[in-house]
Design a protein around this ligand. Structure first.
Ligand code: 0WE
Length: 261
């Protein structure tokens, strides 16, 4: 309890109470952090406001990460309202749908590649640029979400695998860049979770069931469990950990073969 007392944390990517960002917000709120949230566009403002209402937050700001102007405006507002920042959760990803299923080469295109890497990887660096001045002298912690598809091929994950590989490299380069200022950068590679990001993905159910059958813990991870590891990363308990990608997946990534039964 109180692991994050007096810390100010910005949460992106919370769109429902099944979002990983919601699990992170819950854990951070429980540990005493003050939270601010972003929403992607006006159509989502009310929805995010409703989900955020249980966190006693008075800071809800628009931020479409494809817009440099909106990212700049976000950190101007944060500067004005908070003046400082201790934590940033980047929980944002997007690949055009045709590049997230079926034949890898048929689905990929120059434009889909650009969009996926822009939204899913560059945006973390872009937000870090904005957060950096607010985090000076505060042992700040930046955290993003990855997936096993970054390092191993997974059916249908396709272009997102490339974008997550880029994101994980981003974590290491940002950790080297910001380390001398006392800021840390890490990622959590979460196991599959039923949320809006997974809805409508053809093979998701099969992967979800498979992990449940063969992961060492014989179940899938919950957003609450991912949230608890995130709280550790935002806390001073992890002050010597940076440039790291932590699997939070009930052990699935540690096995080479599992027998479905
Ligand atoms: O990173 C992800 C998915 C993120 C995502 C989701 C969508 C759906 C709607 C990115 N772009 C889009 N674009 C859309 O148009 N995950 C880790 C969840 C996920 O996605 C998969 C998975 C898992 C797990 C896709 C194929 C196979 C497994």
């Amino acid at each position: 309890m109180g692991l994050l007392k007096d810390k100010k944390i910005l949460i992106t990517g919370m769109i429902s109470n099944r979002s990983i960002a919601y699990g992170v917000a819950q854990a951070c709120h429980r540990e005493g952090a003050q939270l601010a949230f972003t929403y992607m566009n006006e159509d989502l403002r009310e929805r995010v406001t409703r989900v955020a209402s249980e966190f006693q937050s008075n800071l809800l700001m628009p931020c479409d990460v494809s817009s440099d102007e909106q990212i700049a405006a976000l950190f101007e507002t944060l500067q004005k309202e908070w003046g400082t920042l201790d934590g940033l959760l980047h929980s944002v990803a997007f690949s055009p749908r045709e590049a997230l299923s079926g034949d890898f080469l048929n689905g990929i295109s120059r434009d889909a590649f650009r969009v996926a890497h822009d939204i899913s990887s560059y945006s973390f660096a872009a937000m870090a640029k904005g957060a950096r001045p607010l985090m000076q002298g505060r042992q700040g912690s930046l955290l993003t979400l990855s997936y096993l598809g970054a390092t191993k091929s997974i059916p249908n994950y396709n272009l997102m695998g490339l974008a997550k590989a880029s994101l994980e490299a981003n974590v290491r380069y940002m950790a080297s860049c910001l380390g001398p200022e006392g800021l840390r950068v890490n990622a959590i590679a979460a196991g599959p979770i039923r949320s809006l990001a997974a809805s409508g993905i053809g093979s998701f159910n099969k992967i979800f069931k498979h992990v449940e059958n063969v992961a060492p813990l014989r179940r899938n991870v919950t957003i609450e469990e991912v949230g608890n590891v995130a709280a550790f990363y935002f806390s001073d308990l992890s002050c010597a950990v940076t440039g790291e990608v932590t699997n939070v997946d009930c052990g699935y990534s540690s096995i080479a073969v599992g027998i479905d039964e």
